[in-house]
Write a protein that binds this ligand. Structure first.
Ligand SMILES: [Zn+2]
Length: 318
């Protein structure tokens, strides 16, 4: 099987994109193919993506009005979903498999930054009811739940953050550890039994950066059965090229094994051009690169999506 055939046949899952921000602001109509940004529905299909995680990102600017902000992002997503039958919101792995078999794109909703709930655990239930199935406690800044990667305020996870995690696990919402400070990370890992996901983080051992994960952190994620989605953002890969992304995939595979590596492009969350991975339509190049480097097709399928689906199934329970 050649690279393109393998890519088309595999279930491809991207764990993180910021595209909904542009949908909400009206910057772009993602129903139409364009050269702007990284993701629109035609390019998702060209790129062979079966399931796209759409992050509902609440910027710290909205602190105190997080729930209103995330609700508007959800409204924008729902308008798109209702107008366009190429996109289907999903809340189970069975649905992802069914949607992908019909050539449509499964949309998984995630919240980026727990400030979205304005400190009220009941808001988590409201987000769950609208389909949210994954959430990160913070963005880069600290909030009332935990410290983020670039701001130490509490010394890790707060008691409220612990209560939020307990409710997330009770509902079946995947805990995303990307963007946490290192102390927050270890606190979270101490309070979650079962897998977590770092949706869009790379290896600090290869590219030292506060947003990347140390080898110890990677091994801890592996221990819980979780996955790390490789981020394509050049600041986190060490260079604007597919080659740099592949180097991170191989580093993560060496530290964690092939069962714990996934994709988390961060598409539409950065503006630099990545050589050979200019937008989502170029994703088959990543599969070709892994084949060229001697990775077995079964391992490539895991990295492209099967590992992410394993964690979703485990946390969502279906
Ligand atoms: Zn992010």
């Amino acid at each position: 099987m050649n690279a393109l055939a393998l890519h088309r046949d595999a279930t491809v899952v991207d764990l993180h994109s910021d595209t909904i921000l542009e949908v909400e602001s009206g910057t772009r109509d993602i129903a139409v193919r364009s050269a702007a940004g990284h993701i629109d529905l035609p390019r998702l299909r060209e790129g062979g993506v079966d399931a796209q995680v759409f992050a509902l990102f609440v910027h710290p600017h909205f602190t105190g009005q997080g729930f209103g902000r995330v609700s508007r992002l959800l409204d924008a997503f729902e308008r798109l979903d209702q107008q366009d039958d190429r996109l289907v919101r999903v809340t189970s792995v069975a649905e992802i498999e069914r949607v992908s078999r019909t050539g449509r794109i499964a949309a998984v909703l995630a919240v980026e930054n727990g400030s979205a709930i304005d400190g009220d655990v009941a808001n988590l239930d409201r987000l769950y009811a609208r389909g949210v199935r994954m959430m990160s406690l913070t963005w880069n800044n600290s909030n009332d739940l935990a410290d983020g990667a670039v701001e130490e305020r509490h010394g890790g996870l707060t008691p409220l953050g612990g209560a939020v995690i307990a409710r997330m696990l009770g509902l079946g919402i995947v805990v995303d550890v990307s963007h946490l400070s290192e102390r927050s990370f270890w606190d979270v890992m101490g309070s979650v039994r079962g897998p977590v996901v770092a949706t869009h983080s790379n290896a600090a051992g290869l590219t030292p950066h506060r947003r990347n994960l140390t080898d110890d952190q990677l091994r801890e994620i592996k221990k819980g059965g979780g996955v790390v989605g490789v981020n394509f953002y050049p600041s986190f890969t060490g260079g604007p090229s597919l080659r740099a992304v592949l180097a991170h995939i191989e580093y993560l595979v060496n530290v964690m094994g092939t069962d714990h590596v996934a994709l988390g492009s961060d598409f539409d969350g950065f503006s630099q051009a990545v050589e050979d991975l200019e937008d989502v339509s170029k994703l088959p190049n990543l599969t070709a690169g892994l084949i060229e480097r001697g990775h077995a097709p079964a391992d490539i399928r895991k990295i492209l999506g099967a590992n992410a689906l394993r964690v979703f199934r485990q946390v969502w329970g279906r």
